[in-house]
Structures are given as C-alpha cells and as structure tokens.
Design a protein around this ligand. Structure first.
Ligand code: DWN
Ligand code: ZN
Length: 405
C-alpha cells in the first residue's frame, strides 16, 4: 500500500502515465540503450489534500552537474523574478544587515538583484553547472540539497534569514519534512518565507497535465500547503496567484501568530472549495480530460502527417517529456524540437528520441506547424516568431485544449 508522504495516510493513484524517462534526460544516440524509465503515477490524499507522485525519482538522478534548465532563458521570467526581488527588498528595508536565502537558486537570476545591491544573500542549489553560472554573476551560492542539516550549517555561518525565497523549487523536493524542518531552523522569528510553484487549481482547470513529471513531486494548493507546514509551527499568511508557468501561486509563510493573515488566504481557500480541490471525484474527471486531450493531440498530429505537413516542436521543455511519451509521439510525427539551450541542442528528447535543434534550424526552413511545448512562454515566443506566422506557419497548442491556428 502506498502512503501519503505528508500525513502518512493510504493513497491510491488516480492516474498512471506509464513508464517515463527523466524529464530533463536529454541524451545522445549512444545512450539510448541505457536510458532509465520510472513509472509516473499521481495520487490525491483524501486526508491532507496533497496531490503527489507515488514513486519519487532519486533526486541525484535529476539534479546534477549537467542540469539543462537555466532560469535566465526567458526574458519575461527574468523580469518576473526581478519584480519579486524588489518586493522582498522593500519589505526588508528597515532590517539592519538583512540576510536573504534562496532555495533552488539556479543560475542566480533572482538573487542577482540582491548581490548587486550589496545585500547579504546566499543561494542554495544542488546542480553544479547552474550554481557556477550564479557564482559567475557574483551570487554567493552553496551547491547542495537543502535540508535541516544544511539549514543549521547556514545559521552557524551567516545567522538566521530575514527572508527565504524559493521559486519553482519546493514542489521538486521529495522529502517535504526535511525541507520544513530546515525552514523552521533557518527562518528568523519574525522572518518571512515566500515561495511560488505551479498551482494545482490551474493544472486541473487547464488540463495542463504536462506539469506532471518526475521533478514535480507535489502539486500544491492552499489546503495541502497548510496541512504540510502547520506541524512545524508555520502558517500561510498570504497567497497571490501569478500568471507565470501557466498559473502559479505565491505563498507567504511566517511562524504561527507572528504576522496577521491577509485576505488572499481566505479567498483562495474559498476558491478551492468551489473547485472541489478536496474531493476525489475532481481527480477522476481530471484523468478523463487528460485521456481526451491525448486522443485529440494524436489525431491532429496523425492527420497532419497524412497530409504531408512538416511539424516541429517549439521548446524542449521538461513538460514535453510527459506529452511525447504519454501520447506516443514519434520522430515520424515531429521532425525535431527547437530550443535555445545549448546543453539540449544536438541531443535527443528523453524517451521519444526526437532531435533537439537550435532556433537557427527553425528559422532557416520553417515547418508548416509548430507544436508549442513552451506554451507557458507563448507571449514571449509569439512576439519573436512573427516571421513564422507571416510565412503561413501555424501554432499547435494543447493547453487548455488542442487547437491549431
Ligand atoms: O519547474 C521547473 C521549471 C521552472 O523549469 C523545472 N522542473 C524545469 C523547467 O521546466 P520546463 O523545462 O518545462 O520549463 P520552461 O520554462 O517551460 O522551458 C522552456 C524551454 O524552452 C527551455 O528549454 C528554453 C526554451 N525556450 C526557447 O527555446 N525559446 C524558451 C523561450 C522563452 C524561448 O523563447
Ligand atoms: Zn496526506
């Protein structure tokens, strides 16, 4: 029997995607034979409401010295993180010698705003290549996984933190108890934790099931976050929806009773009741919509192939690994995927083995259609790919439903 990794209750998966490779396991042809696969199954806990993977993949396999995702790859995301940094900096304006820690600091995109202003800061990230990119920007970075032990060592060297920030990080941490114990140890009594992750309500509403992959071990809601943090003496005091990454939630957390809760928390809890995020039938319906979305996408790609149309993927995202493998999309249906990340170019996509090429290949000879795997960056990509549209190119999207236009 499987157990909820937050509250220990028995859980059953509501959806199985079958065997999946590492979402960011871009590989060379000579590595195909040794590629590892893991069962991707997702469950809802009726007691604490946490939606979670049933079999988390060992973190060292996912986060290492060749982690191919760089936060700075999107201009709009960079601007988003600079705005968040400015907000946190403002809240710390009266703190003498404030200390800010970012967990999952990647290439230092957010902390750079603090380092350039001379604020005491520390990034923590287990992936060596991105940690080194951050250091090269002047961002002080500790290259390791964050847990209670790491927190205690940071406190010994720097003292407790006035603010802890984590963006698109906590949902990646398999052991949420080690994480919460670390936060409790690191946060100053009056300090604030601000974290954001893809929001379960948006994933269910938009059927954006491609957010479900090995690195995302949890899909948070206000209800499940409160159930997780409460035993550690922590409470959510604000929740603000964010448009980024196809719908994220920014939670502000403090020690219980230290700061008053703001209106955002009650509003979100009411919205979660309205959406029935605490009810198991919501997830059976979600599964049915996922299956329908798969059929619609396969039908469209098969039809385009029969018509002799050339289709390329746009953005070799982690999310695309779920789509490609769950929908059984082969290099016959998608010729290649274009992506700006040098670490992915010249390799093949995990599992489906579709070649990844630079944007130059896309611009040199536009395909008839582009399947937008990086749909969460549609605004930024649409603005720079106007020539593709002018040449008659069509975008295929699958969130919130399969369309071609
Ligand atoms: O949670 C996570 C998020 C924050 O980032 C991680 N688990 C891993 C990663 O997920 P992802 O790979 O799904 O993220 P993105 O931001 O949707 O990836 C965009 C991809 O598209 C990158 O490989 C860069 C590429 N790209 C591009 O080729 N042209 C992106 C933009 C904006 C572009 O114009
Ligand atoms: Zn639970």
């Amino acid at each position: 029997m499987r157990r909820c990794r937050v509250c220990g209750s028995a859980i059953e998966p509501f959806m199985s995607f079958g065997p999946m490779p590492l979402a960011n396991g871009f590989l060379r042809a000579e590595e195909f034979a040794s590629e590892a696969f893991f069962d991707l199954e997702v469950a809802f806990c009726e007691r604490c409401a946490m939606v979670q993977l049933t079999e988390p993949v060992p973190p060292e396999l996912m986060f290492h010295e060749q982690y191919p995702f760089y936060t700075s790859g999107s201009t709009l995301m960079t601007a988003h993180f600079h705005r968040l940094a400015a907000e946190v900096a403002q809240s710390l304006a009266r703190e003498p010698d404030a200390f800010v820690v970012e967990i999952g600091s990647n290439d230092g995109t957010l902390l750079q705003a603090f380092s350039s202003g001379g604020t005491r800061h520390l990034g923590v990230d287990p992936s060596r290549n991105v940690a080194e990119a951050a250091r090269a920007k002047g961002v002080e970075t500790l290259c390791r996984f964050f847990d209670e032990q790491a927190a205690r060592e940071i406190v010994l060297e720097y003292g407790q933190a006035d603010a802890i920030i984590a963006c698109n990080c906590f949902c990646h941490v398999g052991d949420l108890h080690a994480l919460a114990a670390g936060i409790r140890a690191l946060l100053k009594p009056g300090g604030l934790l601000v974290f954001e992750d893809p929001y379960l309500g948006d994933i269910v509403r938009l059927t954006s099931y491609d957010q479900i992959y090995d690195e995302h071990a949890y899909y948070f809601s206000a209800g499940s976050v409160s159930a997780w943090l409460s035993p550690y003496g922590l409470e959510v005091i604000d929740a603000q929806p964010q448009a980024v990454h196809g719908g994220s939630m920014r939670y502000t957390v403090a020690r219980k009773g230290v700061h008053p809760a703001r209106a955002g928390v009650a509003a979100l809890r009411a919205e979660e009741s309205r959406m029935a995020l605490q009810a198991p039938h919501t997830y059976s319906l979600f599964r049915r919509r996922i299956e329908q979305s798969r059929e619609a996408l396969r039908d469209l790609l098969t039809r385009l192939h029969q018509q002799g149309k050339r289709v390329a993927g746009y953005g070799a995202t982690s999310k695309s690994t779920t789509i490609l493998n769950y929908c059984g999309i082969t290099p016959e249906l998608i010729e290649y995927i274009t992506d700006t990340t040098p670490l992915k170019q010249g390799k093949f996509s995990p599992g489906a083995h579709i070649p990844v090429r630079s944007p130059a290949a896309f611009h040199f000879d536009f395909p008839d259609c582009a399947l937008l795997f990086a749909w969460n960056h549609a605004e930024e990509i649409g603005a720079k790919e106007t020539a593709f549209r002018s040449a008659g190119g069509k975008w295929i999207r699958y969130v919130p439903r399969v369309t071609i236009e």
